[in-house]
Design a binder for this molecule. Structure first.
Ligand code: F6P
Length: 534
């Protein structure tokens, strides 16, 4: 393996300042040859410096993926540090059979799905009502994987949203729940407490606040609560009737959980049929991932592009830039999926990683980002590989001209990033404006775009529940492939623990200052804040 890494890095070094446009000049079929399709989704990765030798080496690097992938789908305990299988894919394989250690887990999955389906239908048609009648508002209280997926997807699928209004509360900052509750009628509100562990302090604090709010006017507040959790004992202790508890097993990781009970708020919003289209899109991507040869495998290729840019070329971050306003929360969703999964410095066997772990992932929808941070992407000194996303069709036929402009901007950005603008071209522009001599030279330099900046573009016909399912599963498997290549466990998250533990110890420091064992800076900050709080 190390040998392949070295060969890849040497190959990149040998490329020197090779221009991406030179690769197009040398290969008339590059745009097609360096595009990969799966069931209507097309990823064009031709605007990168990956050439045929680089691809061959990258594919060698991916050799261990097939065995690991089969182990995952086969229910082996590949999450070795938590001793768990990884089977979120079972949640979208409703017709299938998935055997874990001799037991088919699908009857339970199907039963829970059917209960969710029935409950969602009842909420939507009014058979399940609040004290004041039909449910008008649903609040999903959860954080991280118990929030980001359904929040992202509910916004993404707004054209299918025909159920009650759905709100998402995640932050322990009281502003989040206060702003959400303002204007809601407790008598027609359903609160869903979404927490795999049912111990997460933010979620339990917000749930308690919501219960108190509801108790002010509703005689049986618990009757308007539902819970999504793996910890059924705790949901019962909290007072939520088992009829409205939707459970899942520990082989569903938090950030991979929106396909099952954690997706209940989305199911209520768009209805069970559309939710099942979302599952079908995810399943289609699973089947592609399991069956397509590595060189034609969309998640594998997306992962290899990521590995090339971060671990081989050394670019520190990657930007996810959906040209779709409804995908505004996708970058945040992918931040958890990618950074919580692959932001690790220790390999599965306990040794230090010898290559960099996963990159920083960030982004915003286009075109908004163009008027904010694209300056740095085009002319800053750091190269940021960009992952563009665009649908050929929008959802507003009367506003088709908006969508054409949206597409034009998306394509123009990747073209500009690759092509750039030379000093000669910038000089010609300044000359045309009448500038001369030293001033022409100075002004021209500011208008140079280095270009040669890599990007990929994911194209779909339309953003639908099905295509969203494909995209989410695509990124899940991309993260998996990158994790296998890096030799890390993409399914634990020990890095979030220390801060949680210390927060519990800092709280008494803020209350009375009497909590030993903190560093001088933390003590000083706590003292300062205590004084400011008065
Ligand atoms: O703190 C990180 C984390 O454990 C995530 O992995 C998870 O998605 C989130 O907290 C919420 O956890 P839970 O669903 O158990 O409340």
């Amino acid at each position: 393996m190390t040998d392949i890494w070295n060969r890849l890095i040497s190959h990149r070094q040998a490329q020197g300042d090779l221009r991406i446009d030179a690769l197009f000049a040398a290969d008339a079929g590059r745009a097609r040859n360096f595009s990969t399709a799966a069931d209507g989704l097309v990823l064009d990765w031709s605007k990168t410096r990956i050439d045929a030798p680089a691809l061959a080496l990258l594919l060698e690097l991916a050799q261990p993926v097939a065995a690991r992938r089969d182990a995952m789908f086969g229910g082996e305990r590949i999450n070795e540090t938590e001793d768990r299988a990884v089977l979120h894919t079972a949640l979208r394989n409703l017709e299938g059979s998935v055997v874990v250690e001799g037991r088919d887990v699908m009857p339970d999955v199907r039963e829970t799905h059917a209960r969710m389906r029935e409950f969602a239908a009842q909420v939507r048609d009014g058979r399940f009502a609040g004290q004041g009648g039909k449910i008008t508002d649903v609040i999903n209280i959860g954080i991280g994987g118990s929030d980001l997926g359904p929040a992202m997807a509910t916004r993404a699928l707004a054209p299918w949203h025909d159920g009650p209004r759905v709100h998402f509360v995640s932050n322990v900052d009281g502003a989040d729940i206060a702003d959400t509750l303002k204007g809601l009628d407790p008598a027609t509100t359903l609160v869903i407490v979404a927490s795999k562990t049912f111990t997460t302090i933010e979620t339990m604090t917000n749930a308690e606040t919501a219960r108190n709010w509801m108790a002010q006017t509703v005689s049986l507040p618990a009757a308007q609560f539902a819970a999504l959790s793996s910890a059924q004992g705790r949901t019962a202790q909290w007072g939520i009737d088992a009829d409205r508890v939707f459970g899942f097993e520990d082989w569903v990781g938090g950030r991979y959980s929106m396909w099952g009970p954690i997706g209940l708020s989305l199911m209520i919003a768009i209805g069970p049929e559309q939710f099942e289209r979302f599952l079908a899109g995810g399943l289609a991507m699973d089947n592609h991932f399991r069956n397509a040869p590595l060189a034609e495998n969309l998640p594998v290729i997306l992962a290899l592009v990521g590995i090339w840019h971060h671990q081989v070329c050394g670019y520190g971050t990657r930007a996810v830039l959906p040209y779709d306003n409804r995908l505004a929360r996708l970058p945040a969703y992918l931040q958890q999926l990618e950074m919580e999964s692959n932001g690790k410095g220790v390999a599965m066997d306990g040794s230090d990683l010898t290559v960099p772990s996963g990159p920083v992932v960030w982004g915003e929808p286009g075109t908004n980002g163009q008027h904010a941070f694209y300056q740095l992407i085009h002319q800053g000194t750091a190269v940021v590989p960009c992952e563009f996303m665009i649908a050929a069709r929008g959802h507003e036929p009367a506003l088709a001209h908006h969508h054409l402009l949206l597409i034009a901007n998306c394509l123009a950005q990747s073209e500009a990033l690759m092509r750039g603008r030379s000093l000669d071209e910038a000089r010609a522009l300044m000359q045309a404006k009448g500038l001369q001599g030293a001033e022409l030279e100075r002004q021209a330099r500011h208008r140079v775009f280095p270009g040669n900046r890599p990007s990929t573009t994911l194209v779909m016909t339309e953003l639908t529940p099905y295509t969203l399912g494909q995209i989410v599963a695509l990124y899940e498997h991309r993260v998996f492939v990158e994790g296998v290549i890096l030799g890390i466990n993409s399914f634990d998250q020990w890095g979030v623990e220390l801060g949680k533990e210390l927060a519990l110890k800092v709280a008494p420091l803020l209350q009375d200052g009497n909590a030993p064992g903190h560093d001088a800076s933390t003590e000083h900050l706590a003292e300062l804040i205590r004084a400011l709080r008065g």
